[in-house]
Design a protein around this ligand. Structure first.
Ligand SMILES: Cc1ncc(COP(=O)(O)O)c(C=O)c1O
Length: 501
């Protein structure tokens, strides 16, 4: 940040004094003071703000006053709050709300030269803040695999072998669709383990599921097209589709997953439906067979698309994994997305998209326009890792490990927070949503208190687009050793208890 925390506090104090005319509440004045500091450039995009606790103490305010101001700034897009790492001025905040005076409807940067204007699309993307992933493993960040259990020595051996062999080959440009031997290994795995009916010609190797969703949006959606999104749901999908100019139609989920009847009522002519049918993100239920068939029938009738995001389906603990929708669809309306981020490690940056054969050339062209291709060396190592049997062995070991960690997580949750947090579906995946039955405090507030105790507790309400957000947290367990789960649960219970005094 440009100013030290204390210096910023001084600036805010001055602004607070100047700001008491039309804004009687202290939190309102603080909100305006910080907003002014952002608008006049004292605070710039990416700058980190002091914690609410530190600011409250520097300015002799209550913590709840600082919290209310930060929450409003976040709501309006001036701040991004990342659980566990702090509050930052968002890149989108270098913009006043666009008004009728803005040229061609574009939003103007405050006091910026006209050449700094973003396109309407660019502004939309900046406003949504993009995707922010956890940069370290900590309790209870969601969706992180057990990195210390990955067979790193095997990976290194395969890597060294490929790097030594024909090193110049790996320095060249690579196949735009993906290394053929990796596409082959992925297609085999999908047919055998996921019931996906495809061959290697239909597989595109990409860098991430996020890239797959962005590519689908780019190739299949026009401005204003409607897209059904599960509500609550995965933010990365929303940013990909809304960023491309589509209109998000939030569709509620119940115990059987997306309410397709409701989607049909809200937007029967939508162009695309995004679903996480094996393990709904974040609530964890599976999409029932009748709903799968309903979705397929709708897509056939309307010539619409189903994007099936199968991000962590390898991990089912109490029953056999559910086969993908892709294998049920005989009309080629499913675009299937999978990733190695959860099943191996997120730094690998390899994911895949399976598309109907007639679409392959267009999708390969689109992909090559984004970034050419994925690193050939990593693809070669992964192909060997899969073909030599290490991949399936790892999946089996992790399924056992995560099941045991899930059980410990549930026991510790009951012991320390029984009644205060209710676990949701825990049948699979790397995280589970836990609900707050007592609505006297919000999940965002409680998440802030947890962050001060060094615990990452992503609020569930943030993942809703519609008005009926449930309060709770998306809590990861897979990356945490038993002692870490126990310690963090104890610390969390103590921090919440102390905050009530
Ligand atoms: C539903 C869902 N899809 C995809 C991803 C991320 O995959 P990638 O790292 O390949 O973009 C996540 C990550 O949390 C997710 O929750």
């Amino acid at each position: 940040m440009p100013a030290s925390g204390r210096k910023l506090s001084g600036v805010l104090l001055t602004l607070l004094e100047q700001n008491h005319d039309r804004q009687p509440s202290l939190s309102g004045r603080l909100y305006r003071a910080i907003r002014s500091a952002i608008m006049d450039g004292t605070l710039q995009a990416g700058d980190r703000l002091p914690s609410t606790r530190a600011l409250a103490s520097d300015l002799s305010l209550s913590r709840s006053t600082a919290e209310a101001a930060y929450a409003q700034l976040e709501e309006e897009g001036y701040l991004q709050r990342r659980t566990g790492s702090g509050s930052f001025v968002s890149s989108a905040s270098a913009r006043p709300v666009s008004g009728p005076g803005s040229p061609r409807g574009k939003a103007a940067l405050p006091q910026a030269a006209p050449q700094m204007l973003l396109s309407g699309r660019g502004q939309r993307i900046a406003d949504m803040g993009g995707c922010v992933d956890a940069l370290e493993v900590r309790a209870f960040s969601a969706g992180m695999p057990a990195l210390d259990s990955f067979p790193a020595a095997t990976w290194q051996r395969l890597l060294a072998r490929h790097a030594r062999h024909a090193p110049q080959r790996w320095m060249m440009y690579g196949d735009r669709q993906g290394l053929p031997q990796l596409r082959e290994a992925i297609a085999q795995y999908l047919s055998l383990s996921r019931g996906v009916d495809c061959d290697a010609q239909q597989v595109l190797v990409l860098t991430s599921s996020q890239q797959a969703l962005t590519l689908v949006a780019m190739m299949m959606l026009d401005d204003g097209d409607q897209v059904w999104l599960e509500d609550p749901g995965y933010r990365g999908a929303q940013t990909a589709f809304s960023g491309a100019g589509a209109t998000a139609v939030p569709v509620p989920v119940d115990g059987e997953g997306m309410r397709v009847d409701e989607a049909l009522r809200l937007a029967p002519q939508a162009r695309l439906a995004y679903v996480t049918p094996s393990h709904q993100y974040p609530l964890g239920m599976a999409l029932s067979l009748p709903r799968r068939l309903q979705l397929i029938e709708w897509a056939r009738r309307e010539q619409a698309w189903i994007v099936e995001d199968d991000y962590d389906s390898e991990f089912h603990y109490d029953s056999r994994p559910i086969a993908a929708i892709h294998g049920l669809d005989h009309h080629q309306r499913v675009l299937y997305v999978g990733t190695f981020s959860k099943v191996l490690f997120p730094g690998i940056r390899i994911a895949y998209l399976v598309v109907p054969k007639p679409l392959v050339p267009a999708f390969v062209a689109g992909r090559s326009q984004i970034d050419g291709h994925t690193s050939p060396l990593t693809q070669a190592v992964l192909a060997d890792f899969m073909q030599d049997g290490h991949f399936m062995a790892h999946v089996r070991r992790m399924r056992e490990l995560y099941r045991a960690r899930r059980d410990i997580f549930l026991d510790e949750l009951e012991r320390h927070l029984g009644g205060r947090l209710l676990p949701g579906s825990a049948a699979g995946g790397l995280q589970m949503s836990c609900l707050l039955p007592d609505q006297r405090n919000t999940d965002r507030n409680l998440s802030g208190i947890a962050a001060d105790a060094g615990i990452d507790l992503p609020p569930l309400s943030r993942l809703y687009l519609g008005p009926h957000a449930r309060q709770g947290f998306v809590m990861g367990f897979s990356a945490l050793a038993p002692a870490e789960i126990r310690g963090a649960m104890k610390r969390l219970a103590a921090a919440w208890r102390a905050s009530k005094r």
